[in-house]
Design a protein around this ligand. Sequence first.
Ligand SMILES: NC(=O)c1ccc[n+]([C@@H]2O[C@H](COP(=O)([O-])OP(=O)(O)OC[C@H]3O[C@@H](n4cnc5c(N)ncnc54)[C@H](OP(=O)(O)O)[C@@H]3O)[C@@H](O)[C@H]2O)c1
Length: 266
Amino acid sequence: MRLSGKRVLVLGASSGLGKASAIEIAREGAQVCVAARRTDRLAETVGEADGEVVALACDVTNEADCNRVIEEAVSSLGGLDAVVYAPGISTFGPIEEIRSEDWHSVLATNLIGVSLILNAAIEHLNVTRGRFVVISSITIDDSPPRPFQATYVVSKRALEALVEAWQGEHRQVAFTSIACGDTLSEFGHDQDMQKMIPIVQKWNTLEYLYGRMMEPVAIAEQVVNALAARETIRRIAITPSYPDKEDEALDYGEAAVEINRDKGAQ
Ligand SMILES: NC(=O)c1ccc[n+]([C@@H]2O[C@H](COP(=O)([O-])OP(=O)(O)OC[C@H]3O[C@@H](n4cnc5c(N)ncnc54)[C@H](OP(=O)(O)O)[C@@H]3O)[C@@H](O)[C@H]2O)c1
């Protein structure tokens, strides 16, 4: 087991990539705390993971919550060797229609929360020469990026810059950004399906998509690799492999969006 003896907090572990990462990290022998807002869904993560995983409520847009979750994780685990930051949200629609509150909530969740968590965690990570992993996105590698996700792309570009800034000031800690392609999860499930289908089809027409979506475990394996690495892994980028045959590619119509809603919520 590659993470025996490590004490890890996974934020955003109530669904999707954070949940899969927490399960893989626990499978590799680490002691794990999981955090998110939906404590009923955290209980499911705890039930599916090996060992004694502890669930902690936390809204990363709330500074007091960020301080408390680090205090509780350190007290429960007896120290902190690594933090995985998975919380992420997006708006979907034309850039000129994004309202002030949308910018604020996406940046608070995807970017500022990272720094609030680090403000509280850094003294503990400096003691252990620990690790900090964030989940970024391959959307920031496209130029120009896919349309209708401006808040998201801006927040993830800023996220990778923020992590570099932290690395510059805290060289004892290993910071990693894992930029992921489209993966089955609950991402975007709060949106109306009829609104999402033309947006996703537009991305497909412009050839931003790969014809497949990854399983969350594909990202979780890379999170484990970053945590277990001998040296500092600065950045990992993962895209889906293209389908074997062209006729097996997703058409990104209603059926594909439904598959994501069904399988992504498992
Ligand atoms: N799925 C993809 O295709 C894809 C691709 C590239 C990158 N990513 C990134 O992967 C990360 C995980 O997303 P996902 O795809 O797994 O989506 P997801 O299934 O919707 O999971 C999002 C997680 O973030 C948590 N979260 C959201 N707002 C929060 C807040 N204010 N405080 C604490 N936790 C919060 C959610 O928990 P609660 O709602 O319970 O708080 C949930 O556990 C995100 O950073 C996303 O940008 C996803």
